[in-house]
Design a protein around this ligand. Sequence first.
Ligand code: FES
Length: 120
Amino acid sequence: MTLVRFLRADGTLDKEVEAAPGQRLLDVAWAAREPLEGACEGVMACSTCHVIVDAGDFGKLPPASEEEDDLLDLAPHAARTSRLACQIMLTADMESLTVRIPPSVTNWMGRYFPGGSGMA
Ligand code: FES
């Protein structure tokens, strides 16, 4: 099992969850009820699964594809270590992977993040 840490937009710890290698990070986030929308469910037609990977963990991930990089250009609050959770398959090398959920507008669970666009 691999430990995954989800941080809130302000950088505080929200949840630590165990996940099996081979699982997609987006699916782990959904199972943990993290506020990642993932509107296209991984067919690379949105950027609503955007996460910001901890700088110390970023090198554990394989490089993003050109298509993923293009979508990240559209993601609000994108950072140097941004990735799409639907494109990250967990491996044993990713132990303690830490990702931050960026500020957003209302998500699929209806939660609202201060610092988003202000739409509730
Ligand atoms: S869920 Fe749409 S790009 Fe990841």
